[in-house]
Design a protein around this ligand. Sequence first.
Ligand code: AHG
Ligand code: MN
Ligand code: MN
Length: 316
Amino acid sequence: MTTTLAEWLAAQPVDQKLARAVATMAAASAEIAAVLRIAPIEGETGLAGHTNVQGEAQKLLDVISNDIVLNHIGQNSDISILVSEELDEAVHFDNGGALLVATDPLDGSSNLDVNVTVGTIFSILDASKGLLQKGSAQLAAGYAAYGPSTSFVLTFGTSVAVFTLDQSDTFVLTKDKVAVSPASGEYAINTARERFWDAATKGYVDENVAGETGLAGKRYNMRWVGSMVADIHRILMRGGIFLYPLDSETLEKGGRLRLLYEGNPMALIVTAAGGKATTGRKNILDIQPTDIHQRVPVVLGSSEEVTRVEAWYKKA
Ligand code: AHG
Ligand code: MN
Ligand code: MN
């Protein structure tokens, strides 16, 4: 007996407008998955030739994915505002819709042309409360991970469910009530940035590297895919911690990852699965945004590991 996303959504005690907005993002994700599957054949790899508002070179697939999301959202009159990593300004639809969607249409751009997992991240908010809301106000959040299979991971804030895209382009429930294991021996950070790290990040990572001979007292492994979606999906499935902390190079920008469509949705998902999400000093979900493309330091995953990082920040 399988349960489709549509069946599962219909059974949830949530506003059906919200459920339909989730279904819209799922439909967009299925279409993006289909595009990614044959992108090298279609010649859709490489750069698009322009940079986005964040000064990052857009890949052709970034633009195509953004267009797919925009098209799907434009057909759902419950969604009146779209914030996208690839669009300088928020898009307002004149439909009186109650919901706002913030999205990273394609996450992991450095992995796009090398056939490594990338993803789509989204956050759904009450449109009447404006563009700049804390992550704790999210009504739903989720992501699609385009890997060996396409996963669609979803939370309404209390539990996390995982769906897998089948051969007829239907998402089927494959895991409900995901729990992030509190302990883990895996951490994810771009260690090439070590020279920029603050004392807390360095202290935490040094302890892990010391393994059973150090204060952590156990051996660790490092895993860094370079797609936040892929790294977070691994953490949801088998525990671990992901860090993109504030460092001396990202200090001026406030971090590397974006709050509205990377930090907040992932923080809601990981927290709903029993993990923790912090900047090191503050719960990500409690940050009052001041800009739609604002950046944020991100530390999230298994609670014991995140607590160790927080302890380092208290000490530092
Ligand atoms: P995006 O492709 O949407 O710009 O996001 C890329 C992000 C995130 O997916 C990943 O964790 C991080 O950038 C990778 O950073 P490094 O290039 O420092 O490894
Ligand atoms: Mn991203
Ligand atoms: Mn992106």
